[in-house]
Design a protein around this ligand. Structure first.
Ligand SMILES: O=C(CO)COP(=O)(O)O
Length: 249
């Protein structure tokens, strides 16, 4: 059995004051013992999150393509994130693929950099509405995953997380139906299984895209959905707590 993971991606949200309030509310939550929980605040708040939260992992929303230190103005390396108390990092979120023009190669480089610094990468994949309407949803996410396997190797997925986030469902209030999501999750597990059945069996695949307390139970009940990557609803501690409970048994 795969242990569920519920992760909150705060994106570019929160002031110093708001983050303090949210962290304290999260620290006070009763969370289920059979679910892993993580939050991904903005870079400025990672150390504060690490010192306030116990039993909730802290991750960053991005890392530089090179680990270590060096002349890369404005970048933050996985090595620095690890040093600041992070254990995970998102790579390839669709907002970065789109707004920062991150290619599959860049995403693969970040995945490798994360692991080389001892962080667990959460590789995000997902199709646009146009790709879905053209019947190319599974082909799109397959290529996004294969691009990383080519660079990192399949064994790297023994210590990684995959997140399926259909671009058309992010921040739109539109959610993939549990059946639509399950179909893609099953296909993604199949892609990994073509390389290694054992790694596919153990790999956690999260669903993201307008996950809320009132749709989480149905989504998490699907066989190949092992938790969620939650955006907007993770900014409300009570709702995030309810989503975490929906992932428990
Ligand atoms: O992008 C997401 C999480 O990474 C999903 O965002 P929303 O839950 O706000 O749709």
């Amino acid at each position: 059995m795969r242990r569920p993971l519920v992760a909150g991606n705060w994106k570019m949200n929160g002031s110093m004051q708001e983050v303090s309030v949210l962290l304290n509310a999260l620290a006070a939550l009763e969370l289920p013992g059979d679910v892993d929980v993580a939050v991904f605040p903005g870079m400025l708040y990672l150390a504060q999150a690490g010192s306030t939260l116990k039993g909730i992992a802290v991750g960053a929303q991005d890392c530089a393509v090179s680990a270590g230190f060096g002349a890369m103005t404005g970048e933050t390396s996985a090595t620095q994130l690890k040093d600041a108390g992070c254990s995970m990092v998102l790579v390839g979120h669709s907002e970065r693929r789109e707004l920062q023009c991150e290619s599959d190669d860049t995403v693969a480089g970040k995945f490798v950099a994360a692991q080389s610094a001892g962080l667990v990468p959460v590789l995000c994949v997902g199709e646009t509405l146009q790709q879905r309407e053209q019947g190319r949803a599974i082909e799109t996410v397959t290529e996004q995953v294969e691009a990383v396997i080519r660079v990192a190797g399949i064994d790297a997925f023994a210590d990684a997380v995959l997140a399926y986030e259909p671009v058309w469902a992010i921040g739109t209030g539109l959610t993939a139906t549990p059946e639509q999501a399950q179909q893609v999750h099953e296909a993604l597990r199949g892609v990994i299984a073509c390389h290694s059945a054992g790694i596919a069996q153990g790999l956690r695949i999260l669903y993201g895209g307008s996950v809320k307390a009132d749709n989480a139970t149905e989504l998490f009940a699907q066989e190949d959905i092992d938790g969620g990557l939650v955006g907007g609803a993770s900014l409300d501690a009570e709702e995030f707590g309810a989503i975490c409970r929906a992932a428990g048994n």
